[in-house]
Design a protein around this ligand. Structure first.
Ligand code: DX5
Ligand code: ZN
Length: 221
């Protein structure tokens, strides 16, 4: 049985000189969203893309752009990312002093609001934000780099979040990011994940189209 979930390949692992070609390949092979990892060299050690990349991607794909902000004080940049074409904007609870306000700014700007937590951050820290969230991203690696190893302790966190969602009848999607491949994908889907981010497992493979199809059809149950 193939579970019903969304696949969001992360362009962090794509070849930036072949971005148009590679995004076109995943678009034709089951990708539902394109995940864009924005890093500032402060919140995480790495530096990656800014709004210009979101704008460039918007011009080459019709898929929703799922923008993951790994930056300090993300509220300063929300308008730039929505203007560039971000459909979902996800901020880290750890980087927001006023989380509700930041999520409200995202919604006021016309995008869907996501919140995320690092593997060592307790689920309890985002419970007050859940009624306002369109997307909840559970990090399954410490953010900063592609190709890291999945941290299995987060499976329990995903299960607890899925139970809370059901009990309270919340509408957010549960997304998981970091170290997702067929094996770990199966584990998180069984726990209740609804959106899988995959960098290395899609763009890091020699046959991107086959890898994308495989990641979109993980058998569960
Ligand atoms: C990690 C990023 C991820 C990354 C995932 O900091 O948030 O989105 O691209 O890459 P993989 O799937 O290779 O772990
Ligand atoms: Zn990410």
């Amino acid at each position: 049985m193939s579970a019903d979930y969304l696949l969001a390949p992360s362009v962090l692992s794509a070849d930036v000189l072949k971005l148009k070609e590679q995004v076109g390949i995943v678009e034709k092979n089951g990708a539902d969203w394109i995940h864009v990892d924005v890093m500032d060299g402060h919140f995480v050690p790495n530096i990656t893309f800014g709004p210009f990349m979101v704008r460039a991607l918007k011009n080459i794909t019709g898929l929703p752009l799922d923008v993951h902000l790994m930056i300090e004080s993300p509220e300063r940049y929300i308008a730039e990312f929505t203007t560039a074409g971000a459909d979902y904007i996800t901020v880290h609870q750890e980087a927001c002093v006023h989380l509700h306000r930041t999520m409200q700014v995202i919604k006021n700007e016309g995008a869907k609001a996501g919140v995320t937590i690092n593997p060592a951050t307790a689920l309890e820290t985002i419970i007050p934000a859940l009624p306002f969230a369109d997307l909840v991203l559970i990090m399954s690696v410490n953010p900063g780099f592609g190709g890291q190893q999945f941290i299995p302790e987060v499976v329990d966190k995903i299960g607890r979040l899925a139970r809370i969602k059901k009990e309270k009848n919340y509408s957010f999607l549960i997304e998981v990011d970091g170290g997702i491949n067929e094996e770990t994908g199966k584990q998180v889907l069984s726990a209740g994940a609804e959106v899988l981010v995959a960098g290395n497992a899609v763009f890091g493979q020699s046959d991107i189209s086959a890898a994308c199809r495989e990641m979109k059809h993980i058998p569960v149950g």
